[in-house]
Ligand binder design. Structure first.
Ligand code: ADP
Ligand code: ASP
Ligand code: MG
Length: 480
């Protein structure tokens, strides 16, 4: 099929299309993506962001961790299988010349990965940087592969190394983008391609420091890449294509009757993402919000479904609750001290300990003599608690989970909190926080109980009317 390039003069605002790992899991999925990009071309110039093939990042990180334990070849079999999956897609969907070039690239990647794994086994200090470098192969290879698939399908695709566009600080594993530098580089790299009528294809999740060291944006970070590029290019829309038909009323892996939410405000979507709705990386909404760019979450396996639209205008749903998110692996810290009473400077001293150890605090509640808070990254907790003991007694409770009920108008709708807590009245609830944000009600429960809590809340808030009668469900639900 021949390439159909759009004349530069007709270049309009682009749309960023991001495809997650399951959207490019195999040849059939890649073919669906090619059809979607061809279709998207008809309404706006696309910029494609792609994740690693489903399971690739897990396999690469497992190989890095096995190497760090002194066994660089321990995961050779799974890496070979991963590269074979790439090769199989190339053979089935790409032109012969492109296939040959890709197979050579996969073989080179395999050799480079072996060297990087050897280095990770030998040099403990370099491990965080090597881990990101090793992980980056997932998106580098998927972007090269998808580009060739798109070219074969008649799309004038050009592969761009995302590390040339997304500039970050040097926090390996969860780097923070430097927004101005990222915008400048993204425009410099992508606008000439768009003006030439090409479709840029970039791997998500991967980035680089100013000095060119590879970094990553944290697990699930391809959504964030799409939002950063969308903001830099002032895109008309950022489309997140995944394996469910939008943001659902709860995690469909827990709640069978979870269904698609047609529209969310930026604030609602950000809270859901932050408090565990895996369908969006927590930082995705911010760049879109700053530029007022709509974000749409859609199902690449069911493109006819409208999905979820996220904009500045969230409508208030009768009953106010739109969704329930949850996040496991949370630790609660309770710091108690009579010195808090009537003293100033106590809270500052407390939070400075978290700042010094670069640990994010998610939920905070205070009483006269104690502060309770949650963290989900426990790595620095031994050091933090040692410092906090200078302020008062510290209790550390691991194995907790945050439950977050979200909806515009939640704070102003009477009776919601009563309904929520009546539903879980037999469960020990800690750390209740309402009103920190106008759209959420957040609390903490034991991790072992969270699935039950989410299911019960979903049933009470979405599957029954206020009189407690079961409501009928639409025939088609969001989860597939
Ligand atoms: P991708 O690889 O496309 O980025 P992810 O696995 O990162 O996909 O995110 C999609 C998954 O998020 C869904 O398959 C679903 O299991 C999970 N998920 C958790 N909470 C929600 C929610 N509220 N709405 C939709 N999906 C959710
Ligand atoms: N491939 C990366 C991950 O699995 C990034 C992403 O999928 O968004 O975390
Ligand atoms: Mg994801």
């Amino acid at each position: 099929m021949s390439e159909s390039r759009e004349p530069a003069a007709r270049r309009a605002q682009p749309t960023v299309l991001k495809f997650g790992g399951t959207s490019v899991a195999d040849a059939a999925a890649c073919e669906r993506v090619a059809a979607l990009v061809r279709q998207a071309q008809l309404s706006a110039p696309p910029v494609v962001v792609v994740s690693a093939l489903a399971g690739a990042t897990d396999a690469l990180l497992a190989a890095a961790d096995t190497a760090a334990r002194g066994d660089p070849g321990g995961r050779a079999g799974s890496l070979d299988a991963l590269l074979d999956r790439h090769a199989e897609i190339a053979r089935r969907l790409c032109l012969p010349e492109a296939t040959a070039a890709l197979l050579a690239e996969f073989a080179r990647a395999r050799r480079e990965l072996a060297e990087l794994l050897e280095a990770a086994a030998r040099a403990p200090k370099r491990r965080p940087a090597l881990r990101d470098e090793i992980a980056s192969y997932g998106e580098r290879l998927s972007a090269a592969l998808l580009t060739a698939v798109l070219v074969r399908a008649g799309v004038p695709a050009r592969c761009v190394d995302a590390r040339r566009c997304v500039v970050t600080d040097d926090t390996q594993g969860r780097a923070t983008p430097l927004v101005t530098a990222t915008e400048e580089r993204t425009r410099a790299e992508l606008l000439p391609l768009l003006e030439g009528g090409f479709v840029p294809v970039l791997g998500g999740y991967i980035a680089a420091t100013r000095a060119g060291v590879t970094t990553t944006l944290g697990r699930g970070g391809s959504d964030y890449t799409a939002a950063l590029l969308g903001a830099a290019l002032e895109a008309r829309e950022i489309e997140i294509w995944t394996d469910v038909s939008g943001v659902l009323t709860a995690d469909p892996r827990l709640v069978r009757h979870a269904r698609t939410i047609p529209s969310l405000s930026y604030a609602e979507a950000a809270e859901l993402a932050y408090f565990g709705a895996k369908v969006l990386h927590p930082n995705t909404i911010q760049p879109a919000l700053e530029r007022g760019i709509p974000v749409r979450i859609r199902n690449s396996h069911a493109p006819e479904d409208p999905g979820t639209q996220v904009t500045a205008h969230g409508e208030v749903r009768p009953g106010a609750v739109k969704a329930i998110a949850h996040k496991t692996g949370v630790t609660v810290l309770q710091i108690s001290s009579a010195r808090m009473l009537g003293a100033y400077g106590f809270l500052r001293a407390l939070f400075e300990a978290f700042e010094r150890h670069q640990t994010v605090v998610d939920v905070v509640t205070t009483s006269e003599v104690s502060v309770s808070l949650t963290v989900d990254d426990p790595r620095a907790l031994p050091d933090i608690t040692a410092e906090l003991r200078g302020l008062g007694t510290v209790a550390v409770e691991p194995g907790r989970a945050i439950v977050c009920v979200v909806g515009e108008g939640l704070r102003t709708t009477p009776g919601i909190a009563a309904r929520v807590f009546a539903t879980v009245s037999d469960i020990n609830v800690a750390l209740i926080s309402q009103g920190a944000s106008r759209v959420n009600l957040t609390f903490v429960v034991d991790e072992a109980q969270v699935a039950d809590v989410v299911r019960r809340l979903h049933e009470a808030l979405f599957e029954r009317d206020p009189a407690g009668r079961r409501v009928a469900f639409p025939a088609k639900e969001g989860a597939r």
